[in-house]
Design a protein around this ligand. Structure first.
Ligand SMILES: Nc1ncnc2c1ncn2[C@@H]1O[C@H](COP(=O)(O)OP(=O)(O)O)[C@@H](O)[C@H]1O
Ligand SMILES: [Mg+2]
Length: 455
């Protein structure tokens, strides 16, 4: 049993008891106690005082004791959990950790709060190879809750997780999957970074589910939907934007991957008990739907992390105020924050206040290379719009843009929609409506302009 399994197990127990997942302090206590740390160390690491940490710990031990029918304290937490875990595996004949939910039910027959779950008669099929192992995870409580509610409570069949690159889409979904493994009989995660034809993807999915392949493509597709009907499956397709065309408006399928459009439609339009999560930095028409009653589709659009917790693990010298300023400057994007943290360590010896005193928005070379890729994915119309927007210090109205750009009304409208579907431009609902370019992308474009280098 490793620390991640322990965290999942305890989270599951707590969720069953209280309807809430572990918060960050509780997670730190479980993790720290497992690693035999003192409350002093744990409190220091999660920036709370020692008394508070030990109070939260005491409540947690009490809750676990009740749920598992064991007298659990900080001193015997590790040994008791190991024993309970082994015992529960033997009771239900499982050699793996996937049915934690079942385990806790076995130990708490009188628990009335349990979510109605799907207890599996056969061993589940999981393919989570090449997914990131989540070690540090901050914030995103409401997003985890939203996913839970969409997928498990409301049974939405097609869910998209959308947002700029680096904002934390993959991390969020993997964390959610880790916490909810036992809700599904099949979980398969595939990245489309190097996309394959739909028929090959379907073959892969069937293979993982140990189904024999049929001769024709249509039969395989039917076979897959039979599996979706028989079993509760969760399929995750990451980096979906790679099946869209570069240099065109957002979400236009490359002709070789056009079949995916029908596949996504089939997922929403047919009856079955499974779910598909699409992770993408570009939105397409199939990811959102106006008639939600008819087609169960939902999109979760991620914005930045809102507090400085993520900085705590980066080894920076910072107080709350400068931490928040740094987060704001880099729009809470964890990938940019990680990049800039390395720079602050290298050049400013980790001193955030000194870095902020520079008073310029520093674009690291990693960010720049990311923005280059983003810029190159844009259609020529979008490129013109962002270059023009980057010249303004304030949000700009459509009319103002029209005056400065040699574009037809239709091109301008479509371009503004597409840029919003890539999360580079946001709309401010004033009268007139104003459009705002992501500050970091703006800074990148300005630097390019200044250096007169073609992006
Ligand atoms: N909630 C989070 N807590 C801690 N680190 C995070 C969080 N979200 C993302 N990260 C980190 O930020 C980086 C980018 O996240 P990722 O999920 O790959 O972004 P995306 O899939 O949107 O491009 C990764 O290094 C990841 O570990
Ligand atoms: Mg990703």
């Amino acid at each position: 049993m490793d620390v991640n399994e322990v965290l999942q197990f305890v989270d599951r127990v707590v969720f069953e008891q209280t309807g809430k997942h572990l918060d960050d302090v509780q997670r730190a206590i479980v993790e720290g106690t497992w690693q035999r740390q003192t409350y002093d160390n744990i409190a220091h690491e999660c920036h709370v005082n020692k008394n508070y940490a030990s109070d939260v710990g005491a409540e947690l031990w009490q809750l676990l004791s009740q749920a598992l029918g064991e007298d659990i304290k900080k001193t015997n937490f590790r040994s008791t959990l190991e024993r309970v875990y082994i015992k529960s595996s033997q009771v239900i004949g499982l050699g793996n950790h996937h049915n934690f939910h079942f385990c806790t039910q076995t130990f708490n027959q009188h628990n009335t709060n349990n979510r109605e779950t799907n207890i599996k008669s056969q061993s589940p099929y999981y393919d989570l190879t090449l997914t990131p192992k989540i070690i540090n995870f901050y914030n995103r409580k409401s997003e985890l809750k939203t996913l839970l509610s969409l997928i498990l409570d409301n049974n939405i069949r097609l869910i998209s997780v959308l947002g700029l690159s680096g904002i934390g889409k993959t991390t969020l979904v993997k964390r959610w999957v880790d916490l909810n493994l036992d809700e599904f009989e099949v979980i398969i995660w595939k990245s489309l970074k190097y996309p394959k034809l739909l028929e090959l993807l379907i073959d892969d999915l069937l293979n993982t589910c140990k189904q024999e392949l049929k001769v024709t493509r249509d039969d395989n597709l039917k076979q897959l939907f039979d599996v979706f009907t028989d079993k509760k499956c969760l399929i995750i397709l990451d980096d979906v934007h790679h099946i869209f065309t570069r240099g065109e408006f957002s979400g236009q399928y490359q002709s070789v991957y056009q079949d995916y459009q029908n596949f996504f439609k089939l997922i929403t339009e047919t009856e079955h008990q499974s779910h598909l999560i699409l992770i993408s930095q570009e939105q397409c028409a199939e990811m959102e739907c106006l008639d939600e009653e008819l087609y169960p589709i939902k999109a979760l659009k991620l914005s930045g992390l809102e507090n400085g917790e993520i900085l705590s693990g980066m080894g920076l010298k910072t107080d709350q105020d400068s931490g928040l300023k740094l987060i704001e400057k880099y729009q809470g994007n964890p990938m940019y924050l990680k990049d800039v943290a390395v720079l602050i360590k290298d050049v400013f010896d980790g001193n955030v206040a000194e870095f902020l005193a520079e008073d310029s928005l520093v674009i690291t070379k990693e960010m720049r290379s990311h923005f280059n890729q983003l810029f190159n994915r844009l259609s020529p119309v979008e490129q013109k719009i962002v270059v023009e927007l980057s010249k303004f210090d304030q949000p700009v109205s459509r009319e103002e843009l029209r005056q400065h750009l040699d574009l037809s009304s239709i091109d301008l409208i479509n371009g503004l929609q597409s840029l919003q579907q890539r999360y580079l431009v946001s709309k401010i609902k004033t009268d007139p409506i104003l459009f705002n370019l992501s500050l970091l992308f703006q800074e990148y474009l300005r630097t390019i302009e200044k250096n007169s280098i073609n992006p």
